[in-house]
Design a protein. Structure first.
Lengths: 95, 136
C-alpha cells in the first residue's frame, strides 16, 4: 500500500490558516523588522517558532524539536515572491 | 556551473541535478529567474520522478499577485560543485514543465549575465576578487 505523504490528521488548509494567524497575531510584532529576510518555521500546536537563513534551515531546527511535525514556513517581513502563478482551475491556462 | 541562454526561447537557464528519496540524481534545466526570491520551484512531474518528500507548507506571493499556500518538498540540489538541501516549491500548474531557479539558490555565487553575447556565468566571491586583482 502506498503511504500518503501527508501525516494523518493534518488538514492543509487548517494548518496554513493557523500558521498565518500565529504569525500575524503573535510573531509579526516580535520578529519584524529585526529578522526581516530570514525565514520562520511555525509549529502550530505549540505555537513555537524557529528562525533560519533559509526555509530548509528553519525547518531543520524545528524538526530537531518536533521531528514528526509539519511546519508553516514563511519569509519574515515581505512574503517570498514566486515567479509562477498560483493554482486556479479557472485561470486561462487551464481552460 | 552550466549556465546558458536557450536558443529556442532566449531565456537564461542553468543545469541542476536534483535528488529526492530515490537513489539517483536527475539532471534538469531550470529557468534562471531573478524575480523569484525563493530558491527553487519544481514541476509536479519532477517532484514525483525523484521521489521528493512533502515536508512543510509555506506562504508566498505568486506572480498573479495572490498570496497563498506554497507546497514544500525536501530535495537535494547539486550545481557548480556544491550540494544544498532545499525546500522546493511545487509549481501548481501541471502545464508548466520547466523548473524555476530563484536568487536564494545561488547565494554563494556572483552572477554575470551577458545579454549582448548570450552568456551566463557564476563564480565564487573569492574567484571574482582574484579576477579583479588580475585586471588591475
Amino acid at each position: 500500500m502506498v503511504k500518503s505523504p501527508v501525516p494523518s490528521g493534518i488538514n492543509i488548509a487548517d494548518l496554513f490558516n493557523r500558521g498565518k494567524e500565529i504569525y500575524e497575531e503573535k510573531l509579526k510584532g516580535q520578529l519584524e523588522p529585526k529578522y526581516n529576510g530570514k525565514y520562520v518555521a511555525i509549529e502550530v500546536d505549540s505555537g513555537e517558532h524557529f528562525i533560519g537563513e533559509t526555509k530548509n534551515e528553519a525547518s531543520e531546527s524545528g524538526k530537531e524539536r518536533f521531528p514528526d511535525k509539519m511546519f508553516v514556513i514563511r519569509r519574515i517581513g515581505e512574503l517570498e515572491k514566486i515567479s509562477h502563478h498560483s493554482f486556479s482551475p479557472f485561470s486561462p491556462c487551464f481552460l | 556551473m552550466i549556465g546558458y541562454f536557450d536558443a529556442e526561447d532566449g531565456n537564461p537557464k542553468v543545469v541542476l541535478e536534483i535528488k529526492g528519496q530515490h537513489r539517483s540524481w536527475k539532471q534538469i534545466p531550470a529557468l534562471f529567474d531573478t524575480g523569484h526570491s525563493g530558491s527553487l520551484s519544481l514541476p509536479i512531474m519532477d517532484l514525483i520522478e525523484v521521489g521528493a518528500k512533502f515536508s512543510n507548507i509555506g506562504e508566498a506571493t505568486y506572480a498573479d499577485g495572490r498570496s497563498g499556500v506554497d507546497y514544500l518538498f525536501s530535495i537535494k540540489v547539486r550545481f557548480n560543485g556544491i550540494e544544498k538541501k532545499v525546500e522546493a516549491s511545487m509549481i501548481q500548474n501541471p502545464k508548466v514543465t520547466m523548473a524555476i531557479a530563484g536568487i536564494k539558490l545561488f547565494s554563494p555565487f556572483i552572477s554575470f549575465i551577458d545579454f549582448k553575447n548570450g552568456k551566463l556565468e557564476f563564480m565564487k566571491e573569492g574567484d571574482f576578487k582574484k579576477l579583479l586583482r588580475k585586471k588591475k
